[in-house]
Structure formats: structure tokens, C-alpha cells
Design a protein around this ligand. Structure first.
Ligand code: HEM
Length: 489
């Protein structure tokens, strides 16, 4: 196998991995090169640290590297193999992926534009009114926006909205179940055949599946009934699934889980990324000023920005790219598992190897992104101010935040449009300014791991105090007029 750090007998490298594994991986990259191997108590692992290796394996050899680890409890029992990001690579995954792609591809984005614009206006009004609650407000707004994209529902008032509470709880339960050591059966798969009266963990996981299926089916049924009764919901992913009818050949259970999968996959990633944006603006106020100059030039101060301004706002688009590079919410992406023996550059990669991509390390490689800790949208612009993303291995994105190959994030268009309109609306209306402590000293947040929160799959910046103040008189009135007008429409 590729070279790697020496571990202990039996345990291998397990005890050498800290909470933020990507930091250790980045150190090891210096020692062992762009792909190294680990041994986690007998389980072979390779860690990819370069765009070139990621492209060679995950894109060029995608028939070998598109599977996920098994996750017996989270995938096979708790979600009946229907949670798209966890699902094994096979015909069921292909069917679900195809149906999700139809509703989330770039040509479908105009469907969600109005919802995302209204949600952005409400978000910014709330941030101005309650800046001390910015982290919570971003969670509420993201949940509201994703829920609207999926089910076409009106804006939600609180994160305690029952659908959101259920979906977040389900997501956290599944992520917790994928953590190493969460269930013994992951180490001893034969335990799966124990009868439920002997294995309470199995009974509980099966009950969770039944309960989740019932709830998710209820959400889809609600959309279908509205459509049949002529009630005009906002256009949505589920609405389109209902229109497609039998074309995707999905059962009602598969349809229900597909909508839940997309909600779970989109919520924490998008909210954490936008939280990183607030941090970036506090640390790099020069970027905020340049973005605002572009907004003043293109949009003016008489109307709020729209998704339709996209082509004329290259600096904002470059800011979205830089945010996805700098604020890596999934620092080691979502793991893969190799499906057959393979050789790479003279090294053996056995079937069943766990494959991790150190996305954080790639995004902070100074050979690709000079001064990688700086937040600098200009790195994605040529001297004329036009977007330039000539970075091989990034599929013209300029970064690898959405992964690689056949398992590339299927929601990336929704994610980018969401970040774009939120950034444009917030910087159009307001400045993100420092808050002061009791001694009158500026509170300066940090972008070091000491200031991040680890939530299992995603990483977020820890909340810090800042002020969010209108940039010109009339901004708030225009925002609320835009919101009311859109809601009335
Ligand atoms: C900034 C926000 C987001 C980031 C950084 C992100 C990142 C990722 C990554 C790294 C993967 C795994 C890719 C791989 O294995 O190579 C993934 C998968 C996925 N994402 Fe996203 N994502 C984001 C937002 C969204 C949104 C908004 C949605 C839905 C609307 C979504 C839906 C999904 C789904 C369903 C998968 C599983 C795809 C599969 O396994 O086939 N994501 N995402």
C-alpha cells in the first residue's frame, strides 16, 4: 500500500487521530506525499491530499471508487439504504440519484430563485434587527430556504418548526450512527443476524426507520394533496417529483426518503458555510467593501439584488467560490470505499479500502492557492475582473468543496445559488462590523481550529459577537417592501 505513519499492533493508527483529523492528515502529507495509507484496527485506509490523485482515482476510476462504507446501522437499518449520501453504489442509488439530478440540475434553478430571494430578504432583515443571534438566524433561514426548495412551504418562523426539527434530529441520529465505535455490529457484521429480542440496538434502529418513513411520506403526501386541490404552493423539488409521476419508477417510500435525504444533506452544509461567510467578513473587511462597490455599480440602491444579476456580479461570484474554498464545512468530504483491488503508481489498494479526501488540506495547499489562509476572491478573477477558474481537477469550480466523480454533490447548484443571493443581499443592505467587549476592546474572532465547532460530519465557526448595521438609510424599507411584494406574488 502507499506509505504511511507507523501505528500500534492491532489498533494501527487509531490513537493518532485527533478530532480535527484533516490537520493531522495535512502534516502527514508533508512526510508521506499526496496519497498515504493508514490502518484503523485492521481496516485499510488511504488519504488523498491532491487534486491530481483525486482526479486519477475518483474521476478516472469511478467504477472502483464510487461506493460508500457499509454503515450497517445508519444505512442498512435506519434508512433502508435510501439515504442518498450514505447509499451503496448500485442500481437503487442510481435511480435515486437520477431523480434528484433532474430536480437539482442547473437548468432547474430558476424554479427556486424566487423562494431563495424571499428567504434572503427575511434573513437580512432579521440579522439587522437581532445581530447578536446571527448564528441561530442563519440556521433558521437555511432550514426555511431548503424546506421551501424541497416542499414549497412558506417561510418558517423558528428552527423549532416541526418538519425542520424532525429532519435535523434524523440527520444527527444518522451521522452519530456512522461514527467509529457507535455500534459493535460495524466491527462484527454477523451481529446483524441476531434476533431483535436479543439486540435492542437493532430493534430501535428498525423502529426509527418505520417512524421516519411514515413522517417523510406524510410530507410528500401534503405536497401532492395541495397540487391536486389546486393550492398554489411555491414551486418545489417534491412538486416536480409529483409531476414526473411514474417516470422515475420510485415507490412512495423511495420518493419520501429522497426528499428527506436532500434536506439532511443540504441543511448543515449550507448553514455552516454561510456562518463562515460572517466570519470572513469580520476578518477581511476589505473584501466586503469591494463587493459593495460592485453591488452599488450594478444594482444601485433602489432595489434589492436578484439571482438574475448573477452575470453582472463577478466579484460576488468569486466571493462564493472563495467562501467554499476557505470555509471548508466538510473538511474530509464524505468517505468512499473501493469496490475491487487496484494499483496506483506502483502501490496496491485492496478491495474494501476506506478512501478519504483531505479537502481542507487541498484547499490550503499554497502551491495551488497562494496565501491559503487569506480570504481573497481575486484569486478566481483574471486582471479584467472576469471569473477565471483554471485549476485542473476542479471541474471548472476552482475548488473541491462539492467532491468528485459520480458522487459529486447533487445539490451544488442549489447551494451556490443560496450562498450567492444571501451574500449579495446581505452586503447590499448592511455592513458586518466589530462588536466591543465590556472594556471597549474590539472582539476579534479567530479562524483557527480552536474557534471551530465539530459536529461529526460538518465543522462550523464558533459563534462570536458582531454588529450588523444598515449601510444606507432606506435599505431596510426596500428589503421589507421586496419581501412583502414577493410573498404577495
Ligand atoms: C455549501 C454547501 C454544500 C457542500 C459544501 C456540500 C458538499 C458535499 C460533498 C463533499 C458531498 C460528497 C461528494 C463526494 O462523495 O465526492 C455531497 C454530497 C451530497 N450533497 Fe452536498 N453539499 C452542500 C450542499 C448541498 C445541498 C444544498 C444539497 C441539496 C439541495 C446537497 C445534497 C447532497 C446530496 C444528496 C449528496 C449525496 C450525493 C451522493 O452520494 O450521490 N448538498 N455534498
Amino acid at each position: 500500500m502507499p506509505p504511511g505513519p507507523k501505528g500500534l499492533p492491532l489498533l494501527g493508527n487509531i490513537l493518532q487521530l485527533p478530532t480535527f483529523q484533516f490537520l493531522r492528515f495535512t502534516e502527514w502529507k508533508e512526510q508521506f506525499g499526496p496519497v498515504f495509507s493508514l490502518n484503523l484496527a485492521g481496516w485499510p485506509v488511504i488519504v488523498i491530499n491532491s487534486l491530481e490523485v483525486a482526479t486519477d482515482l475518483l474521476e478516472q476510476q469511478s467504477s472502483i471508487y464510487s461506493d460508500r462504507p457499509r454503515f450497517i446501522v445508519a444505512n442498512e437499518i435506519m434508512s433502508g439504504q435510501l439515504m442518498l449520501p450514505l447509499a451503496g453504489y448500485g442500481s437503487l442509488w442510481k435511480k435515486l440519484r437520477k431523480a434528484s439530478h433532474e430536480g437539482l440540475k442547473s437548468q432547474s434553478m430558476p424554479v427556486y430563485q424566487r423562494s431563495q430571494e424571499i428567504e434572503a430578504a427575511i434573513l437580512v432583515e432579521n440579522l439587522i434587527n437581532r445581530p447578536e443571534l446571527w448564528a441561530e438566524e442563519i440556521k433558521r433561514s437555511t432550514a426555511s430556504s431548503i424546506k421551501a426548495v424541497i416542499y414549497g412551504t412558506p417561510p418558517i418562523a423558528s428552527i423549532d418548526d416541526p418538519v425542520v426539527a424532525f429532519i435535523s434530529e434524523m440527520g444527527h441520529r444518522l451521522v452519530t450512527a456512522t461514527m467509529p465505535g457507535a455500534y459493535l455490529v460495524e466491527l462484527f457484521p454477523k451481529m446483524l443476524y441476531l434476533p431483535t429480542w436479543l439486540a435492542s440496538w437493532k430493534r430501535e434502529a428498525m423502529e426509527r426507520y418505520e417512524e421516519s418513513t411514515k413522517k417523510l411520506k406524510g410530507f410528500v403526501q401534503h405536497v401532492r394533496e395541495h397540487a391536486e386541490n389546486g393550492i398554489n404552493d411555491r414551486p418545489s423539488f417534491t412538486g416536480q417529483l409529483c409531476i414526473a409521476g411514474d417516470r422515475h419508477q420510485l415507490t412512495q417510500t423511495e420518493e419520501a426518503w429522497l426528499t428527506g435525504s436532500i434536506f439532511v444533506a443540504g441543511f448543515d452544509t449550507s448553514s455552516s458555510t454561510f456562518q463562515f461567510f460572517i466570519l470572513a467578513m469580520r476578518l477581511f473587511p476589505g473584501v466586503m467593501k469591494k463587493a459593495q462597490a460592485e453591488l452599488d455599480r450594478v444594482v444601485g440602491r433602489q432595489r434589492v439584488p436578484s439571482v438574475s444579476d448573477r452575470d453582472d456580479l463577478p466579484y460576488i461570484r468569486a466571493t462564493v467560490k472563495e467562501l467554499l474554498r476557505w470555509g471548508v464545512t466538510l473538511p474530509i468530504g464524505v468517505p468512499r470505499r473501493s469496490q475491487q483491488d487496484d494499483y496506483y503508481n506502483g502501490h496496491f489498494i485492496p478491495k474494501g479500502t476506506l478512501v478519504l479526501v483531505n479537502t481542507w488540506g487541498i484547499h490550503h495547499d499554497p502551491n495551488i492557492f497562494p496565501d491559503p489562509h487569506e480570504f481573497r476572491p481575486e484569486r478566481f478573477l483574471d486582471p479584467t475582473g472576469t471569473i477565471d477558474v483554471d485549476i485542473p481537477g476542479t471541474r471548472n469550480q476552482g475548488h473541491a468543496a462539492f467532491g468528485f466523480g459520480r458522487r459529486l454533490c447533487v445539490g451544488m447548484n442549489v447551494a451556490v445559488q443560496f450562498q450567492f443571493i444571501n451574500i449579495a443581499t446581505l452586503l447590499w443592505a448592511a455592513n458586518i462590523e466589530p462588536a466591543y467587549d465590556q472594556d471597549g476592546q474590539i472582539i476579534t474572532p479567530t479562524n483557527s481550529p480552536a474557534g471551530w465547532v465539530d459536529e461529526g460530519a460538518v465543522v462550523r465557526p464558533a459563534p462570536f459577537r458582531c454588529n450588523i448595521v444598515p449601510r444606507f438609510s432606506g435599505a431596510e424599507a426596500i428589503l421589507s417592501r421586496a419581501r412583502e411584494q414577493s410573498l404577495a406574488d
